[in-house]
Write a protein that binds this ligand. Structure first.
Ligand SMILES: *Cc1c(COP(=O)(O)O)cnc(C)c1O
Length: 397
């Protein structure tokens, strides 16, 4: 099997599993308990919080563990909306956010909030000037993702943070794809809230975190409240017995990612650029989606004209290759990806897209095999396509 879907999820690293195991076994105590079996878990959570805070230049009390990136995004946006009503009901975000952000914004729109969805350019970049122009006196939140999960484009977060700071608007970033892949510093980048998820950086599924800057109330008057109501866990901000093994695994994954970051990025970039170059040189009528340089090290997203991404994926799967397409097939719909449409692709181009997201564990030999499969499959699918037939005829005339 050749796994090229690391933006969907990653393999839990062996050392991460190792770190978690005791907390499934003998160290099963509830962290809220008084006896030492519980306090061992509590101590482990404290250490994990310090590790994760340190990874983004935050203070440990600014990190709140959640069930993943989706919960962190929901919490950040809904709590900002509810906690700033004195100022207004306007939110600025982008057209290319993850559904965890877009669907939360749509939910708020039904409840009287107004949302501006910024356009992006052909590479998927948000224009900081357009963002600044969208800020109004009643704007309560700016939410722009750090890096896009489909096309890999890395947004100008530092510039956006500076603008948000200057205008006194709360700034949230969905950093689920970027965390552990690229350096992040919430101080330098003026980030007020940040979402991350363990399973995108070789950690376990079902655990993530929201960073909430400690001064958002004093500086911006933003009262970020609890999302889950119940017990007093996470300083009464996120009720529910802590996922101790998950949190320990998350921290182990972060330590691993920080230690490997440069080496991993360099290896992935090399693999990615090799894959993109070979496809561009050897398969006609394709295009790279996303910014060529400002992109996640492991992301290659390519549209092949005249074919259906779904068919391509099925045929790749039959050859043992796991990748992803530009359709929201998981939602049961065949609508083309909102991200690919936002960067200006036509519906049929968006449908013919393939996302391959690499890890440092992939090899050149694997990519050679993938390119071989792609050449064959793309040609086979084009040979069956009436669109391609018309195109070939029109070129001969
Ligand atoms: C995966 C992902 C999410 C959702 O995270 P989960 O932990 O799977 O809920 C949110 N945003 C982005 C950009 C993602 O890639």
């Amino acid at each position: 099997m050749i796994y090229l879907d690391n933006a969907a999820t990653t393999r839990t690293a062996p050392e991460v599993v190792e770190a978690m195991l005791p907390y499934f076994g003998e160290l099963y105590g509830n962290p809220s308990a008084i006896y030492s079996l519980g306090s061992t878990g509590k101590k482990a959570i404290g250490e994990a919080r310090r590790t994760i805070a340190g990874a983004i230049g935050a203070k440990q009390e600014e990190i709140y563990f959640t069930s993943g990136g989706t919960e962190a995004d929901n919490w950040a946006i809904k709590a900002a909306a509810e906690g700033c009503t004195g100022k207004g009901k306007h939110i600025v975000t982008t057209k290319i956010e993850h559904h965890a952000v877009l669907h939360t914004c749509a939910y708020l729109e039904k409840r009287g909030y107004e949302v501006t969805y910024l356009e992006v350019d052909g590479d998927g970049l948000v224009d900081p000037q357009a963002l600044e122009a969208a800020i109004r006196s009643d704007t309560i939140l700016i939410s722009v993702m750090f890096a896009n999960n489909e096309i890999g484009t890395i947004e100008p977060i530092r510039e956006i943070g500076a603008i948000a700071r200057e205008h006194g608007v709360l700034f949230h970033t969905d950093a689920v794809q970027a965390f552990g892949q690229v350096p992040i510093d919430v101080e330098e980048m003026n980030i007020d809230m940040l979402s991350a998820s363990a399973h995108k950086l070789n950690g376990p599924k079902g655990v993530g975190m929201l960073y909430i800057r400690s001064d958002v109330k004093s500086r911006l008057g933003a009262q970020i409240r609890s999302f889950m109501h119940g017990g007093a866990q996470e300083r009464s901000m996120r009720a529910g017995t802590e996922n101790v093994p998950g949190i320990v695994g998350f921290a182990a994954a972060v330590r691993r990612a920080l230690g490997l970051m440069e080496e991993k990025a360099e290896k992935e970039r090399e693999l990615r650029d090799y894959l993109i170059r070979r496809i561009e040189e050897e398969i006609p009528y394709c295009r790279l989606n996303g910014h060529r340089e400002k992109r996640l090290p492991g992301n290659a997203n390519i549209s092949f004209r005249f074919i259906e991404g779904e068919s391509l994926l099925i045929m790749l799967d039959m050859r043992g290759v796991c990748a992803s397409s530009g359709s929201a097939c998981t939602s049961g719909s065949l609508d083309p990806s909102h991200v690919l449409l936002a960067i200006g692709l036509k519906h049929e181009e968006a449908h013919g897209s393939l996302r391959m997201t690499l890890s440092e564990e992939n090899t050149m030999e694997e990519l050679d095999q993938v390119v071989g499969h792609l050449k064959e499959i793309v040609q086979r699918l084009r040979d069956m396509s009436p669109l391609y037939e018309d195109f070939v005829k029109s070129r001969k005339e």
